[in-house]
Design a protein around this ligand. Sequence first.
Ligand SMILES: CC(C)(COP(=O)(O)OP(=O)(O)OC[C@H]1O[C@@H](n2cnc3c(N)ncnc32)[C@H](O)[C@@H]1OP(=O)(O)O)[C@@H](O)C(=O)NCCC(=O)NCCS
Length: 211
Amino acid sequence: MNKNEIILVGGGGHCKSCVDVIESEGKYQIKGIIDLPHLLGTNTLGYPIIGNDDDLPAFIEKGYSFLITMGHLGHATRRNQLFDSIASMGALMPSIISSSATVSNHSSIGNGTIIMHNALVNAGVKIAANCIINSGAIIEHDVCVEQHSHISTGAILNGDVHVRSESLIGSGATVKNGISIAKSSLIGMGAVVVKNIENSGTYIGNPARKI
Ligand SMILES: CC(C)(COP(=O)(O)OP(=O)(O)OC[C@H]1O[C@@H](n2cnc3c(N)ncnc32)[C@H](O)[C@@H]1OP(=O)(O)O)[C@@H](O)C(=O)NCCC(=O)NCCS
């Protein structure tokens, strides 16, 4: 086994975008995809479905790397469980960075986090494990994104923003500098967040309000 072979966990739409990022980075060969049992033998973008969740321990034993490629549209419980369970079995879960992303040397990116095409991660940023920084997102200086969060396509986190764990910042949302966002928050597409979000929930509009 080539230790640079990676197995993707979850074969939906987000997986397709991840495949493209992994191919562009060029560090890992995709061994195959873990998905539902009835999909065994089919493929996604030419990569085979090689098993289901029950097969994970055997693949981990063989020393493959893993990336969680199940999406996160607000309820990421399964995605988080899979990450924690695979990590606890000692598997390698590298960060993946698109060749078209700009990531500061003065930032840190956690295990299992993917930085997708044309995203910008600026100096002083800390992104924890198992996050998605989606295409075209802008993460400005000194932002902190806690684990299991998803910063969607084209969202903007201005300087010193703090996104607590398991949150979703929707496409095109903008968060004012210095704002803190509570754990498990769901910020809708296009929202403009100008005050701290103290309580988890769904927020939309300009200025963002809870619904
Ligand atoms: C905010 C959001 C979570 C609400 O989803 P939901 O709970 O299923 O709510 P609904 O679609 O039933 O919409 C409820 C109401 O809010 C409105 N609404 C939904 N999302 C909105 C948004 N982002 N901005 C403004 N209004 C919005 C709807 O028009 C609807 O209004 P109505 O009651 O007057 O008809 C969802 O619309 C959203 O923005 N998700 C993020 C998607 C995203 O960014 N994906 C990233 C892919 S990379």
